[in-house]
Design a protein around this ligand. Structure first.
Ligand code: SF4
Length: 373
C-alpha cells in the first residue's frame, strides 16, 4: 500500500518534467500525447510500484496489446486513471490497406509532428512481418529509393521504434494473430541508429514483452561497416543481417548507392567475411533488379566474385523494382527470367521476393510519408 501511494508522485513528477520538455520542443498547438516517449522510460516511471503491478502493466502494454488503460480491468480504477494520465497508450496513426488486404501500411505521427511509415505483411503461413522504420527520412541517398528524397531529419527513439510494432500487435489481436517477424527495412539506415535499434530488439526479446527470439529480427544495412563490425560483437544477439547490395561492380554501386564511395565493395566483402567468421550466421544479399543498370551478365559474374570474396554462407534475395518515381525502370518478367538464368549459370543461390503493397506505396523503396493524418 505504501509503495502504491508513493508511486503516483514519482510517476507524475517524471511525467511532468517530460511533458514540459515535449511541449517546449513542440511549441503551441502540439496535440500528441502518445506512448512513444514513455516507452523509453517505462521502467523508471513505474519503479515504485510493487512487482506484481509492474508485471500487469507490462502484460497490458505488450502481451495483451491494449490501446487504452480502460480495457485493463485487472487494475484498480484509480491506478488506471493515473496510468491514463502518465503513460498514455495512444499511437497517432492511420492505416492504409492494399487491394488484396495482405499488406497494411501505417502512417504514424510522432510527438514532434514528424511522420514515419511502417508496413505489415501477412503471409498465408501465419507469418506476420513488420517492416519497421528507424529514422525520420534517410541520409543515405540511394538513387532508387523514395525515402531518400525527403532528406534526413533525425533518428527515432527506441520507444518510437517499439511503438510501430505495438501498433500492429493491436491490429493483429482482432484476428487472434501475432507479430512473428520484424525487419528493419523501412525508412532509414538502422546501423546509423544502432543503440535504439538494438535496444528495441533486446526489449522485445524479453519474456515480459513479446518474447520474440532475436532470430526473428532482420537488420538490413546499405553497408555501414562500423555498424556491421559492432553487430558481429554484440553479445547473445543472433539477429539476421541483410546487405542491400544491388550491384557488385563499384562504378555501378557508386551510382546507385553513394555509401559505396565511403565503403567500397572490397572493404564490404572483408567486413562480411569477418562477420561470418565470428557469427556463423547466413547473410542475406538483397538485390533490387533495375533495368539497364545491374542485370547484365557481367553483374551476375561480379556478384559471384563478391560472394566468393566474403566466403560466407549467403542467400541472394531478388527484389523486382517498384514504382518509386526515381527515374529507374523495372524489368519485365522475361528480362527477370534472363537475369535469373545468368545467376544460375554462376551457381548463385537466390529466391525472388513476392510482391507486396505496391498499390499503396508500401513496397521496397516506396516508403516516403507523402500523406499526412
Ligand atoms: S534504400 Fe534504405 S538506406 Fe537507402 S535511402 Fe532508402 S531507406 Fe535509406
Amino acid at each position: 500500500m505504501k509503495a502504491a501511494l508513493k508511486a503516483p508522485q514519482s510517476i507524475s513528477k517524471w511525467y511532468n518534467s517530460c511533458l514540459q520538455k515535449v511541449v517546449h520542443s513542440l511549441g503551441t498547438g502540439a496535440r500528441s500525447r502518445t506512448i512513444m516517449i514513455f516507452l523509453d522510460k517505462l521502467d523508471s516511471t513505474i519503479a515504485d510500484l510493487p512487482n506484481f503491478r509492474k508485471q500487469q502493466i507490462y502484460r497490458a502494454i505488450f502481451k495483451s496489446a491494449y490501446g487504452s488503460w480502460d480495457e485493463v480491468t485487472s487494475l484498480p480504477l484509480g491506478l488506471r486513471a493515473q496510468l491514463s494520465d502518465t503513460i498514455p497508450l495512444a499511437i497517432d496513426s492511420k492505416l492504409i490497406f492494399s487491394g488484396d488486404e495482405k499488406t497494411v501500411k501505417a502512417l504514424i505521427r510522432l510527438d514532434d509532428s514528424q511522420y514515419i511509415e511502417t508496413v505489415l505483411m501477412k503471409s498465408n503461413n501465419k507469418r506476420n512481418t513488420i517492416c519497421v522504420s528507424t529514422q525520420v527520412g534517410c541520409p543515405m541517398k540511394c538513387a532508387f529509393c523514395a525515402s531518400a528524397k525527403s532528406g534526413f531529419t533525425r533518428n527515432l527513439s527506441m520507444g518510437e521504434i517499439v511503438a510501430q510494432i505495438l501498433l500492429f500487435s493491436r491490429f493483429l489481436k482482432s484476428d487472434d494473430a501475432k507479430v512473428t517477424n520484424i525487419v528493419f527495412m523501412g525508412i532509414g539506415e538502422p546501423l546509423l541508429n544502432y543503440e535504439n535499434v538494438i535496444g528495441a530488439v533486446r526489449l522485445l526479446n524479453q519474456e515480459s514483452t513479446l518474447n520474440l527470439s532475436p532470430r526473428r529480427f532482420s537488420i538490413s544495412t546499405s553497408g555501414i561497416l562500423p555498424g556491421i563490425e559492432r553487430l558481429a560483437k554484440e553479445p547473445g544477439l543472433e539477429v539476421n543481417l541483410a546487405i542491400s547490395l544491388n550491384a557488385a561492380i563499384d562504378k555501378k554501386r557508386d551510382s546507385l548507392m553513394p555509401v559505396n564511395k565511403r565503403y567500397p565493395l572490397k572493404r564490404l566483402s572483408k567486413a562480411l567475411k569477418k562477420y561470418f567468421e565470428s557469427t556463423k550466421r547466413k547473410i542475406m544479399i538483397e538485390y533490387m533488379l533495375v533495368k539497364d543498370t545491374n542485370t547484365f551478365k557481367e553483374d551476375a559474374v561480379a556478384l559471384r566474385h563478391f560472394i566468393n570474396d566474403t566466403e560466407a554462407a549467403y542467400v541472394v534475395n531478388l527484389i523486382p523494382m517498384n514504382d518509386a518515381d526515381c527515374g529507374f525502370e523495372a524489368l519485365s518478367k522475361d528480362e527477370i527470367f534472363v537475369f535469373r538464368d545468368y545467376l544460375k549459370r554462376c551457381k548463385i543461390s537466390f529466391f525472388q521476393r513476392a510482391p507486396f503493397g505496391e498499390d499503396i506505396g508500401a513496397a521496397c523503396g516506396q516508403l516516403a510519408t507523402k500523406e499526412h493524418i
